[in-house]
Design a protein around this ligand. Structure first.
Ligand SMILES: [Zn+2]
Length: 231
C-alpha cells in the first residue's frame, strides 16, 4: 500500500505536495519561495558554535520547512527528501567544499516503524545529500534496536533514558570504517538522538566528525545538551 501510494505520488508530481497547486518542480513557485525563507544564512551555521562534532543545517525549523518535513513523514511524500537532501548537500559544499573523506550514516528508524511509514526520511535525505556532495553513503552503519516513543514533550532526562541503547552498530560497520562519519537526520533538536548514536559509534572506535540536519531550532535553543558531551 505504501509503495503504491509512493508510485501514485510519482505520477502526480505536477501537484505541489504542500499546497496541491500545479508545480513544475518538487514544489510550486510559491511554496519554494516560502521554503527559501527558512534557510539559515552562513553565520547561523555551526562554525560559530562550540558544539563538537559540529552541526550543519540548511534551515531554521518552523514555517514552510516544518510543513514540508511533516508532509514528507506523515502524508507519505518521500519524494520531498530529494530536494531537502540536495539543499543540505549544497550547504555542506559551501562550508567544507569537497575536501575530506567521510562516510555518511543516516539516523536509522526502528524496522517496525519504518515498515509502517514505508521509508526512513533520514536515509532518503542522506542519499540525496551524497549525490550532491559525492560522499560515501552507509545506510546500515547504525541500526535501531529499540523502538522509542516520540521524544516530543519529554524532559531532557526522560529523553536520555528513552534513547539509552536505542542504537547498535549496523552491518556496514561490523568492520569499522577507516574514515570519520557524518550523521544525517531530518531535524536536529536537543541532540539526544545524535548523542546516543555517537556514543555507540565511539565505543567501536568510530569517529563522528559532524552532524548534518535539514532543520535546527532557532539559535539559542540549540546545542545546550550537545556541548561537551562528545569530543
Ligand atoms: Zn505549493
Amino acid at each position: 500500500m505504501q509503495l503504491w501510494k509512493s508510485l501514485v505520488n510519482l505520477f502526480l508530481q505536477s501537484n505541489c505536495p504542500l499546497c496541491q497547486r500545479p508545480a513544475s518542480e518538487e514544489f510550486c513557485e510559491y511554496c519554494h519561495k516560502q521554503l527559501q525563507k527558512c534557510r539559515l544564512t552562513g553565520s547561523n551555521n555551526s562554525k560559530n558554535n562550540l558544539s563538537s562534532p559540529p552541526v550543519i543545517a540548511w534551515g531554521a525549523y518552523g514555517g514552510a520547512i516544518k510543513r514540508a518535513i511533516a508532509t514528507m513523514k506523515y502524508n507519505n511524500h518521500p519524494e520531498i527528501a530529494r530536494p531537502l537532501g540536495e539543499w543540505l548537500g549544497e550547504v555542506w559544499l559551501q562550508e567544507y567544499g569537497s575536501k575530506g573523506s567521510f562516510m555518511v550514516v543516516p539516523i536509522p528508524m526502528h524496522p517496525e516503524k519504518q515498515k509502517e511509514r514505508g521509508f526512513n526520511q533520514a536515509e532518503l535525505i542522506a542519499k540525496s545529500f551524497c549525490e550532491t556532495t559525492g560522499l560515501k553513503l552507509k545506510v546500515n552503519g547504525l541500526q535501531r534496536v529499540k523502538a522509542t516513543e516520540a521524544l516530543f514533550g519529554l524532559s531532557p532526562i526522560e529523553r536520555k533514558e528513552t534513547l539509552t541503547q536505542a542504537f547498535d552498530i549496523g552491518k556496514d560497520f561490523r568492520k569499522p570504517p577507516n574514515v570519520p562519519v557524518i550523521l544525517i537526520d531530518d531535524i536536529y533538536t536537543t541532540g539526544t538522538t545524535v548523542n546516543s548514536a555517537v556514543e555507540i559509534l565511539s565505543k567501536s572506535g568510530i569517529t563522528v566528525s559532524g552532524v548534518a540536519a535539514v532543520a535546527v531550532p532557532h539559535r539559542g535553543k540549540l546545542y545546550k545538551e550537545f556541548i561537551g558531551k562528545v569530543g
